[in-house]
Design a binder for this molecule. Structure first.
Ligand SMILES: C[S@@+](CC[C@H](N)C(=O)[O-])C[C@H]1O[C@@H](n2cnc3c(N)ncnc32)[C@H](O)[C@@H]1O
Length: 211
């Protein structure tokens, strides 16, 4: 069993929240994201934020490696998804929600073509050496002008093994320097997270626009 499926199978899903993410609800209305359309949520888990997007009129396309997460998302929200085998991945859908079961790095370019995307605990969940490939996927699965909201953590990496992996603000700017515009919206020092034994930890929020 792979690392993430094991985390789901053993209920080690401490990242999962029972509320909508407050940085999402605070910033999304102000970033001029296309209204309605399709929002891509890579590494979606069973995030309730998917419900928030559907409530305001988006079609949601999630990508998730662990079948358990997908099954729990639909079951927890009283939906019975249709499952279609698309060859090298399964597609689960019900109403406004479609979740593709597979590795985010493996999907065919142009498959999704989203108008917007939302990254909470997604890029920072991937090993740092996969970041460039991940951004290439975001570029290949979104339309020109698509707007993304990215939430990161920054902490001394030598004080804790990931995931989540630390991602510095300057590295966000470097990684998205080709084909995107980056605007930092907020940086918050997280005093209450220092209990993990970290000397410092902050969270940053970025608006990222695909040119
Ligand atoms: C830290 S969780 C965050 C989930 C969700 N974004 C949230 O905020 O609740 C990361 C999720 O990504 C999934 N995942 C990890 N690596 C992946 C990959 N390469 N492709 C697709 N999903 C992946 C894991 O199974 C897990 O559900």
């Amino acid at each position: 069993m792979d690392y993430w499926e094991r985390r789901w199978a053993t209920n080690q899903t401490g990242w999962h929240r029972q509320n909508f993410n407050d940085l999402l609800t605070k910033h999304w209305p102000n970033i001029n994201a296309p209204v309605n359309g399709k929002v891509l949520i890579p590494l979606c888990g069973k995030s309730l934020d998917m419900l928030w997007f559907a409530d305001i009129g988006y079609d949601v396309t999630g990508i998730e490696l662990a079948p358990t997460a997908i099954k729990e998302f639909f079951a927890d929200n009283d939906m019975i998804p249709e499952c279609i085998n698309r060859g090298n991945y399964n597609e689960f859908s019900s109403g406004s929600f479609t979740i593709l079961n597979g590795n985010v790095l493996d999907f065919k370019p142009g498959l999704i073509m989203a108008d917007a995307w939302y990254d909470r605990a997604a890029m920072i969940a991937l090993p740092p050496q996969q970041r460039e490939k991940y951004i290439k996927q975001i570029a290949q699965q979104t339309k020109s002008g698509a707007v993304g909201l990215l939430i990161t953590y920054t902490y001394p990496q030598n004080e804790m093994p990931g995931p989540p992996f630390s991602l510095e603000d300057k590295d966000v700017r470097i990684l998205f320097s080709h084909g995107f515009e980056v605007e930092q919206l907020e940086r918050i020092e997280l005093e209450d997270e220092k209990g993990r034994g970290l000397s410092s930890i902050s969270s940053s929020v970025f608006k990222i626009t695909k040119k």
